[in-house]
Write a protein that binds this ligand. Structure first.
Ligand SMILES: NC(=O)C1=CN([C@@H]2O[C@H](COP(=O)(O)OP(=O)(O)OC[C@H]3O[C@@H](n4cnc5c(N)ncnc54)[C@H](O)[C@@H]3O)[C@@H](O)[C@H]2O)C=CC1
Ligand SMILES: O=C(O)[C@@H]1CCC=N1
Length: 264
């Protein structure tokens, strides 16, 4: 039995992914803070929704999916119900395995995960790291849980905050870029719907080329950038506005925020 504790956006995305992967709906339970949310989860997915203590008692694997700021209270609530044998998977940004271990008060195996919202389309990037009491078997179990909804990579826990900044938040940067490019289309007099179509198909095509060609992004970009052509005129402006430096600073800021999250 798998319990998802705190089934908001990320918890529900994981829940739907597990169901798509063929996990029986009787083998998953969810928890939610509000009754209307519980009702929506029951209606949409046909799973049982219960309170945290009960879910922690009956499940062998617990997925903690509350906001980092709510993690301390959740751990205090479930601590009496988490004996040594249970695997605890935490998906919260910034929450370390030692934070979870210290609050559960037992030698509980903890695996820290950073995934992202493309879980919803089985194209997530999930990175995982073992806590002090998690074995190879626990990492394998976590990989098996996440593999159906995308790519899974093992990384040292010291890199989790950087991964949160890069791939956890990553989809947001691409959506932001799409927004900006669509605005540019509007500026040039293009209808909004057509501009959105053009930009969306361009980002999908570029992403698939990047993933499937094995080529370095520089090579792919150079192939679009003709001498004296249109692309280099745009790139010259991006460089003039320090867009690359802005990305470096932005992702560093996200990493720093992730480091501070456990403190509340
Ligand atoms: N949204 C994203 O793109 C990503 C989010 N995450 C992580 O996933 C976690 C959840 O994020 P979201 O799903 O975006 O937030 P959310 O706010 O949509 O979901 C959290 C849910 O937990 C519930 N909750 C809070 N305390 C609870 C308690 N004691 N018992 C039961 N339910 C409780 C809330 O009511 C809410 O429905 C965060 O820790 C975040 O860092 C990780 C990767 C990507
Ligand atoms: O913005 C956040 O804090 C979460 C963590 C990674 C993506 N969204």
């Amino acid at each position: 039995m798998i319990a998802i504790l705190g089934t908001g956006k990320m918890g529900e995305a994981l829940l739907s992914g597990l169901l798509r992967a063929g996990v029986d709906r009787d083998e998953i339970v969810a928890t939610a803070r509000r009754e209307d949310r519980a009702r929506a989860l029951r209606e949409r997915h046909g799973v049982r929704v219960m309170d945290n203590a009960e879910a922690a008692k009956i499940a062998e694997t617990l997925i903690l999916a509350v906001k980092p700021q709510d993690m301390g209270a959740l751990l205090t609530e479930i601590a009496p119900h988490v004996p040594q044998g249970k695997l605890v998977v935490t998906v919260a940004a910034g929450i370390t395995t030692s934070f979870v271990e210290s609050r559960l008060g037992e030698e509980v195996p903890v695996v820290r995960v950073m995934s992202n919202t493309p879980v919803l389309v089985d194209e997530a990037m999930s990175v995982i790291s073992a806590g002090a009491h998690a074995s190879e078997e626990h990492l394998k179990q976590t990989e098996d849980l996440l593999a159906p909804v995308g790519k899974v990579l093992r990384i040292p826990e010291s890199q989790q905050d950087a991964a949160t900044a890069l791939s956890g938040s990553g989809p947001a940067y691409f959506f932001y870029l799409v927004e900006a490019m669509v605005d540019a289309g509007i500026l040039l007099g293009m209808p909004r719907a057509a501009a959105l179509d053009m930009v969306t198909q361009s980002i999908v095509g570029a992403a698939i080329m990047l993933r499937d060609s094995g080529e370095h992004p520089v090579i792919l970009r150079e192939a679009v950038t003709s001498p004296g052509g249109t692309t280099i005129a745009a790139i010259a402006e991006l460089e003039r506005h320090s867009v690359r430096a802005a990305f470096l600073a932005a992702i560093e800021a996200a990493r720093d925020r992730s480091r501070r999250l456990a403190a509340g």
